[in-house]
Design a protein around this ligand. Structure first.
Ligand SMILES: Nc1ncnc2c1ncn2[C@@H]1O[C@H](COP(=O)(O)OP(=O)(O)OP(=O)(O)O)[C@@H](O)[C@H]1O
Length: 297
């Protein structure tokens, strides 16, 4: 049984907006990044999983429960952090968390307390008086505090400062160790790379790419940045490696090769005065940025 299963899910808002024929599944314990430019359809997908939207066609289910027909149970069980949270402004943070706990019929408030400590915020002030970051922290506590097995997190670190972003990454890693299944939408590549097993990309409402973080790291090609002391050397090097990228100031070249070509590269470089030689790590950002704009084909 899959933890999350989406089959041919479509919601057409007209004018090419919405989501179209989305098929995606997550196994138990998997942390999956859901990336895509603004308006791609990430929130719409998650809202279907929460049972807030009725699919036009196709289906979304969690642990074999259809999300639309079991919306009440789904909404009680799942940890959901919406992209935009509507809080009751007149309540204090702590009163809001107790209200959510009662709605879920959960009594254990101990994890909520430790999350409040981790994210260092005062829950006793009125939500109206909270900053954007504090409200985001409150949303995170509300999503995680009942220890759900499955979490849907829509841009969870939006508005958090770098220290709190890093605390959030630690939290995801520890939840992952507990075996939680997490679908996480984000625009922050570093956060996704540090937390996710797999990354799926959506654009214009359609899934266009997916890659496991391991696949990305074990890429067949490795990329090296080579600094040259003499501009004339870089020109001859470029003739031998016509696919290399040459810095416009003639200081360095970037070349992508397989391991089997490494000896030839080192032999070639031994003829020049090299200023530096570093491996450029392949990153999710580099992998996905080219699909953010332009034509995916
Ligand atoms: N209720 C609605 N009625 C009409 N169009 C909608 C509705 N909800 C969303 N849309 C449109 O559907 C598309 C997908 O929106 P969605 O909020 O799912 O994108 P997203 O990937 O979460 O974007 P972002 O990164 O900006 O949060 C957008 O073009 C949006 O304007």
């Amino acid at each position: 049984m899959k933890a999350i299963e989406i089959n041919n899910l479509t919601k057409d808002y007209g004018n090419g907006k919405g989501i179209f024929d989305i098929t995606l599944s997550l196994t138990h314990g998997e942390v999956c990044g859901y990336l895509g430019p603004n308006g791609a359809g990430k929130t719409t997908t998650m809202r279907h999983l929460m049972g807030f939207i009725k699919p036009q066609s196709g289906s979304a289910s969690i642990c074999n429960m259809n999300c639309w027909s079991n919306q009440k149970e789904i909404q009680q069980k799942i940890g959901y952090l919406p992209g935009e949270i509507c809080f009751p402004d007149d309540m204090t943070g702590i009163a809001y968390l107790h209200l959510i706990s009662r709605m879920r019929s959960t009594r254990d408030f101990s994890f909520a307390k430790s999350l409040i400590n981790i994210f260092e915020f005062d829950p006793n002030i009125k939500i109206r008086k909270m900053s954007k970051g504090m409200k985001q922290k409150l949303g995170i506590v509300a999503a995680f505090m009942h220890n759900p097995d499955i979490l849907l997190l829509d841009e969870p670190t939006s508005g958090l400062d770098p220290l709190m972003q890093s605390r959030f990454i630690d939290l995801i890693q520890s939840e992952k160790e507990k075996g939680k299944t997490i679908l996480l939408s984000s625009h922050i590549f570093d956060e996704v790379e540090k937390t996710c097993d797999r990354v799926v990309m959506i654009r214009n409402g359609r899934l266009i790419r997916q890659i496991t973080v391991k696949e990305m790291k074990d890429a067949q090609y490795k990329t090296y940045k080579i600094g040259f002391n003499k501009e004339s050397d870089i020109a001859t090097f470029a003739l031998m490696y016509p696919n290399s990228e040459i810095d416009k100031n003639g200081k360095f070249a970037i070349v992508s090769i397989t391991d089997s070509e490494l000896n030839r590269l080192i032999h070639t470089l031994s003829q020049y005065e090299i200023a530096f030689f570093t491996e450029e790590k392949h990153t999710l950002e580099e992998y996905f940025m080219r699909f953010y704009g332009g034509d995916e084909k």
